[in-house]
Design a protein around this ligand. Structure first.
Ligand code: NAI
Length: 340
C-alpha cells in the first residue's frame, strides 16, 4: 500500500524500513508534521502514518479523504490528536499501536524519580566543572516512602511494581481498578492519594476529564515537597499552576517527559534559537525540575514493536481483515468503561 509517513526522523526510517521487509508497503517519508499546510503531500496515498504531534482534525481529515486516503495509522498509543467522530463520518479508519513495550515509559518515569531524588542532573554538571562539593545534593531513601500512581494501565502498573521493588508503599487511583494489582497497590481516592504520597506519577490518558487534572486546586491537596512526575500527556498538568507550586515549595521537584505546548518544541534541535515559550523557559530555570523531550517511548524494543504493529495494521486494512487495533469514537467510550 502507498503510505505517506509524516514527521519523519532518521530513527523512524531506520526501524520502519527494516520492519517493512516483512510487509512490502511503499513508504514515502515526509519531514513535516501533518497539518492543513502539509496535507496535500498525502494525495494519492491510501494511508498516512502519523505520530503524536501530527494534527488529524476535521479539516485535515476532509483533505485526506478527498486525496484518496482511507486509513490513518497512528504509530503511537494516544489518539487525542485525531477527530474520531469526523473520521468515522468521512469513512476514514483509524488504527494505533495500543501497547509497545510499556516498560520503556515506565522505566523512564522511574529514571526521572531517582534522578530528581538524588539530583543526578546537578551532580553530573558539577563534577564536570571540577566541583565535588555535596551541598545541595541531599536526597532521601525511597524505601518506605509512599508513591501515588494515577492510572494503573499498562504503564502505571509497571511503575507500581518497580517502585514496590524499591520498598515503597504504593497508592493508586484508577476509575477502573485492576484487582490483579491489589497485591502491589492500595486503590484509594484521588484526594487520599494526593494527601499521602511523597511521589505522584501520572499514567492516565488525556481526556476531557483528565485535562488539567493537576491544577491549582488539586495542588493544594498534595503533601508539601511532593515530587510530581508526568510521562503521559502534557495537558494533564496546568503548567502555570505547577510553576506557582514550585515557587512556593509545594511541589518539591518536577519530572516531565511531556509538556502542554510541546508540539512547537519537542523532537527538534532548537539549540541555536531563542525559545519563545516563556512558560517553558521558566520551567527550565528551576534546579529541581528535569524535562526530557518526550523520549519515554524511545527504546530499540519499543520502536521496533511500533514499526511492526503499524505496518501489520496497514496490511490488515489493505487485505480487508479485521482491524484489531482500530480506534473509533464508539470504541473510545467502550474502552474508557472497560479499562482500556
Ligand atoms: P492504558 O490505557 O493502558 O492505561 C491508562 C489507565 O488510565 C487505564 O487503566 C485507565 O482506566 C486509567 N484512567 C482513565 N481515566 C483516568 C482518570 N480520570 N484517572 C486515573 N486513571 C484513569 O495506557 P498506557 O499505555 O498505560 O499509557 C498511559 C499514558 O502514557 C497515556 O497518556 C499515553 O499517551 C502515555 N504515553 C507516553 C509515552 C511517552 O513516550 N512519554 C509513550 C506511550 C504512552
Amino acid at each position: 500500500m502507498q503510505v505517506a509517513v509524516f514527521s519523519q526522523k532518521p530513527y523512524w526510517r531506520t526501524f520502519f524500513d527494516e520492519a517493512n521487509l516483512d510487509y512490502g508497503h511503499q513508504l514515502t517519508y515526509f519531514e513535516p508534521a501533518l497539518n492543513t499546510q502539509t496535507v496535500a503531500l498525502a494525495a494519492g496515498h491510501g494511508a498516512v502514518c502519523v505520530f503524536v504531534h501530527d494534527q488529524v482534525d476535521g479539516e485535515v481529515l476532509l483533505a485526506l479523504q478527498s486525496g484518496g486516503t482511507r486509513l490513518v495509522a497512528l504509530r503511537c498509543a494516544g489518539f487525542n490528536n485525531v477527530d474520531l467522530e469526523r473520521a468515522a463520518a468521512l469513512g476514514v479508519k483509524v488504527v494505533r499501536v495500543p501497547a509497545y513495550s510499556p516498560h520503556a515509559v515506565a522505566e523512564h518515569a522511574v529514571s526521572l524519580i531517582t534522578a530528581l531524588n538524588r539530583k543526578i542532573h546537578r551532580a553530573y554538571a558539577r563534577v564536570r566543572e571540577g566541583n565535588m562539593a555535596l551541598e545541595g545534593l541531599l536526597g532521601v531513601e525511597l524505601c518506605s516512602k509512599t508513591v501515588g500512581v494515577v492510572g494503573t494501565g499498562n504503564i502505571g502498573a509497571i511503575v507500581a511494581r518497580i517502585m514496590r521493588g524499591f520498598g515503597c508503599r504504593i497508592l493508586a487511583f484508577d476509575p477502573y481498578p485492576d484487582e490483579r494489582l491489589e497485591e502491589v497497590v492500595e486503590f484509594v481516592s484521588l484526594d487520599r492519594l494526593a494527601a499521602e504520597s511523597d511521589v505522584i506519577s501520572l499514567h492516565c490518558p488525556l481526556t476531557p476529564e483528565t485535562y488539567h487534572l493537576v491544577d491549582a486546586e488539586w495542588l493544594k491537596k498534595i503533601k508539601l515537597g511532593c515530587m510530581v512526575i508526568n510521562t503521559s500527556r502534557g495537558a494533564l498538568i496546568d503548567t502555570r499552576a505547577a510553576i506557582d507550586a514550585l515557587k512556593s515549595g509545594k511541589i518539591g521537584s518536577l519530572g516531565l517527559d511531556v509538556y502542554e505546548e510541546e508540539a512547537d518544541l519537542f523532537f527538534e534541535d532548537l539549540s541555536e534559537k531563542v525559545i519563545q515559550d516563556d512558560v517553558f523557559a521558566r520551567l527550565l530555570t528551576f534546579p529541581n525540575v528535569i524535562i526530557t523531550a518526550h523520549q519515554g517511548f524511545f527504546t530499540q524494543e519499543a520502536i521496533g514493536q511500533i514499526a511492526h504493529t503499524t505496518l501489520a495494521n496497514i496490511t490488515a486494512f489493505e487485505r480487508g481483515q479485521p482491524l484489531v487495533n482500530e480506534v473509533s469514537a464508539a470504541r473510545k467510550v467502550k474502552q474508557a468503561k472497560c479499562h482500556s
